[in-house]
Design a protein around this ligand. Sequence first.
Ligand SMILES: C[S@@+](CC[C@H](N)C(=O)[O-])C[C@H]1O[C@@H](n2cnc3c(N)ncnc32)[C@H](O)[C@@H]1O
Length: 251
Amino acid sequence: MGDHGRMQSTGSEVAASADSPHPHFNRRVTSFRARRSTISDNQQATWDRLWPQLGRQARDGDNPAGPLDTDAWFGRHAPVVLEIGCGTGTSTLAMAKAEPDIDVVAVEVYRRGLAQLLSAIDREQVANIRLIRGDGVDVLTSMFGPESLTGVRVFFPDPWPKARHHKRRLLQPDTVALIADRLRPGGVLHAATDHQGYAEHIAEVGDAEPRLRRVAVDDDLPISVARPVTKYERKALAGPIVTELLWERTP
Ligand SMILES: C[S@@+](CC[C@H](N)C(=O)[O-])C[C@H]1O[C@@H](n2cnc3c(N)ncnc32)[C@H](O)[C@@H]1O
């Protein structure tokens, strides 16, 4: 996604746009910035056709969505992985296709990213992805219960590199504790970042969470941790090194 750099902003700069799903975001610090995004006519047509079935909003105005019945939504009982900040969904799509027995819920605030993913799901007829538009923290808080997730993926969360913006980083002790609570024992938190400072921060926060235990890529895990290289990562690979961080929820 070429415009990630534009997401570096202070809380006071955050402005609700006409396209903003949640005007209330203005009132608190978030890990993202509301912005306008346009989608093509074809994407809009696909959105109109598929969103009612495959998509949900994390909030309706000030009201958070209620608990999600994933079995009903996917039409089967399967392990569920939540991906927060899926961008245009390159990893989401590839990983869901590689693991058809796992159900993937992709969360993103950026409508154009979700529209791209929805069109790809349609084109490739992928059955095991559902989309939520909104803040991943809202989704974890109100839509999933304790021990309901087999995995949580956070790939290249916005690093908010300036010290005064660090409070905007998604992976903070509170969010990591919430993720640990939503993971079932043995469930996996998989984060990846190309920002060294954020990698160190995530490592510290994850290691400090008592319900998480650090694991390695080649350990026996209930979900795949093989990520495809995304467009965003290709750019990163020209520069900084990507750090993969993995924890499992303790019993
Ligand atoms: C740097 S991009 C990475 C996108 C994608 N994971 C990838 O690897 O290409 C970070 C994405 O996270 C989204 N994001 C940031 N905070 C979020 C939150 N609290 N809930 C949902 N999405 C969020 C942003 O809109 C942005 O698209």
